[in-house]
Structure formats: C-alpha cells, structure tokens
Write a protein that binds this ligand. Structure first.
Ligand SMILES: Cc1cc2nc3c(=O)[nH]c(=O)nc-3n(C[C@H](O)[C@H](O)[C@H](O)COP(=O)(O)O)c2cc1C
Length: 177
C-alpha cells in the first residue's frame, strides 16, 4: 500500500477480534516495528546515536516473547500469558497481541538521568508509529497505550531493576472481521 494511503487509514482502535495473527504477519509487523534494515544493524525506527535502548516484547496467549531483530526471531521469556497485565483497559486481555516496549535507560549514560526517560519515550514513539502504519496497510487494528500499571507489569515481566516499560501497544484484527 502506498504510504499516503496508509497514513490516511491510520487510527486507533479499541475493539479487537480474538482471531490469531498469522506467523508471517506477526513477523512482518515486528520487522516493520523495529527490524534491522541496514547492514550495520540499524533499524526501521531511528535511535539516538545508534544506541539501541528499546526491546520489543510480544505478549500473546502462548506466552511472552522477546523480539530479537538481529536473528529476526522470537525468544521465549518465561512469564506466561500476561496480556491482562499489560494495560488498565479491558481489551488487552483478549486481543491476540500486546507489544510491550522496554527501555534500557542506562545505555544512554551520556544523558542526564532526567532526560533518559524522555529520549526512551521518543525512541518508542517512532516504533509505535511504524506499527500503526503497518497495521493500517494490512487491515490490522492497533492502539498505543500509556495506561499501564508500570510496577505491576515490570514484576510480571520479571524485568531487572535497570529496565523499565515505556509504553504498550495492542494489535489484532478489528472486532467483527
Ligand atoms: C503517549 C500516548 C499514550 C496513549 N495512551 C493510550 C491509552 O492508554 N489507552 C488508549 O486507549 N489510547 C491511548 N492512546 C491513543 C490516543 O488516545 C489516540 O491516539 C488519540 O485518541 C487520537 O486517536 P487516533 O490515534 O485514532 O488518531 C495514547 C496515545 C499516545 C500518543
């Protein structure tokens, strides 16, 4: 789909079908989100000084997975089905996929600590818009979310102290489709 058409279709949706996302579509979605698009390892979304601070996790019925962009693979992350804990609204629990964006703020060691959250959020926002545009182009529904119980989600994901969730984003087919 031409970019201009995808932009004209981009919008947030909060009603999802429970229909599973096929593996090929999931792979394309994750690549569009933050895949490697150059030989030097850089990504489809920009990063401050090429320093990759965001991990993309996929919370699905079959568990929690970390996207490894270098291998273009999902790596199991032992936590079970945590979809319901990725957001404070009702739809994340039933939608097939919730992306959770996790920051390694300490990698931005040259930034003052108070700026690290800001820069991590900006990195995440670019990824989120990639997801919106991919979804618009293939008929998937999505919404970027900040209504998250951050301490609870960090515990559910068993994140180490220095990592933190920036945002989450629900993806699925629109209800009734
Ligand atoms: C930083 C940020 C946080 C958001 N958090 C939520 C959220 O927690 N729940 C939700 O339903 N939508 C959330 N949204 C989506 C916005 O509500 C949505 O983008 C806005 O209503 C405009 O609608 P549109 O995306 O269809 O243009 C968030 C959007 C942004 C940019």
């Amino acid at each position: 789909m031409p970019l201009m058409q995808a932009l004209s279709l981009r919008h947030s949706t909060r009603e999802f079908s429970t229909r599973k996302i096929p593996d090929q579509v999931l792979g394309d979605l994750l690549w569009a989100a933050y895949g490697v698009n150059r030989a030097n390892g850089d990504r489809t979304a920009p990063s401050w000084r090429h320093i990759i601070v965001i991990d993309v996790y996929a919370a699905m019925e079959d568990g929690l997975w970390l996207y490894d962009p270098t291998r273009h693979a999902l790596v199991a992350h032992p936590a079970g089905d945590i979809r319901a804990r990725t957001g404070q609204q009702d739809f994340p629990a039933r939608a097939p996929l919730n992306l959770v964006y996790v920051a390694h703020g300490q990698r931005m060691s040259e930034l003052a600590p108070e700026n690290r959250k800001l820069f991590c959020s900006v990195d995440t926002a670019f990824i989120g818009q990639n997801v919106y545009l991919y979804c618009a182009s293939v008929g998937l529904a999505t919404v970027f979310r900040g209504a998250v119980d951050y301490p609870m989600l960090a515990r559910a994901m068993r994140l180490p102290e220095e990592q933190f969730v920036t945002f989450a984003q629900t993806v699925g087919y629109p209800k009734g489709s």
